[in-house]
Design a binder for this molecule. Structure first.
Ligand SMILES: [Zn+2]
Length: 313
């Protein structure tokens, strides 16, 4: 068999990791998942990531005739991609982990790119997913929280300190619910999947009810569910209009758990955004296309981008 040039793509979440070996044309040659083992502490997670990556290097050598040429790794929290440092991740207990150099050493010196999970997922959505071909887009996943990735001309804007795109912490209801960030009335306290779950559990009296249940109740014509849902959609539209005003994106890609409601979300959301804009140009508002593989696919793109910019020896 002719050796197949490939890279390691690794997406580290709070509890689990997704990995792939990705060929140059984007083909997934091999996929694997593993728990982070965060109950054993932050150092153990770093060890687990390194072990997992080293195994992927071996898998490439055994099955595709050569080891990976580079690796891309997406991690949560605050990430300094320029220096390859995982600065802070509350869910993994990290502070200042020099992830890029640790991994590169463990992988025999191959180049390693370190990315922020949402920005990396956004890179994939923008380049090969829902935003394919859009020169300027904003990717907003609505999950436990709300984050954002600002896409400009094929790359993601991280900001001067790695905080760009934090649309979930735009205050849309001053004096509203307390947010983990220290402010009140942040978008993510009102329009994340977790926020809708909380609101619907309270309104329906069923502590187990979640955002997906709320969407189903909306679809079956439940008036209380509609009220909860439209309150979240209104808050979301307020936050998105602020982002549209600042960034003028061509495409707005909405992902995460809440977007799985499909047109139950997108139809009222498009209307709510349209009602709010005055001079701003409306972007295309579309659902994300890559689901929970976006981070892993984006990590693969980061790795291939590294190889593309490398000066040949
Ligand atoms: Zn906040």
């Amino acid at each position: 068999m002719k050796p197949v040039k490939h890279v390691i793509a690794l997406d580290v979440g709070g509890t689990g990791m997704k990995a792939a070996l990705v060929a140059e044309d984007g083909t997934l040659l091999h996929e694997a998942r593993r728990a982070t083992g965060r109950d054993r502490g932050p150092d153990a997670v770093v060890e687990t990531i390194q072990d997992f990556a080293a195994e992927l290097l071996d898998t490439g050598r055994e099955r595709f005739g050569r080891p990976a040429s580079a690796a891309g790794v997406a991690v949560p929290g605050i990430v300094d991609s320029e220096h390859g440092i995982a600065v802070y991740a509350a869910n993994l207990g990290w502070r200042d982990v020099p992830m890029r150099s640790l991994l590169s050493r463990r992988l025999g010196g191959i180049p390693v790119a370190l990315g922020h999970d949402v920005r990396t997922g956004g890179l994939a959505e923008g380049r090969i997913g829902a935003g394919r071909g859009a020169d300027r887009f904003l990717f907003v996943p609505l999950g436990t929280g709300i984050a954002g990735a600002i896409g400009i001309a094929g790359r993601i804007e991280a900001g001067a300190h790695g905080y760009a795109g934090e649309i979930g912490h735009i205050v849309v209801r001053p004096g509203g619910p307390a947010c983990g960030c220290g402010q009140h009335g942040c978008l993510e306290t009102l329009a994340s999947a977790a926020a809708v779950s909380r609101a619907w559990a309270a309104a329906s009296g069923d502590p187990e009810a979640d955002a997906a249940d709320c969407a189903k109740a909306v679809e079956s014509g439940d008036a209380r569910a509609r009220e909860v849902w439209l309150a979240a959609v209104g808050a979301l539209a307020d936050g998105l209009v602020t982002a549209i005003t600042l960034l003028d994106p061509r495409t707005l890609i909405i992902g995460g758990g809440l977007a799985e409601a499909g047109e139950t979300l997108f139809t009222p959301l498009r209307t709510a955004v349209e009602e709010r804009v005055t001079f701003q140009r409306l972007p295309h508002i579309v659902p994300a296309a890559l689901g929970d593989t976006a981070g892993c696919l984006g990590a693969g793109l980061l790795a291939w981008d590294l190889l593309a910019t490398e000066v040949p020896a």
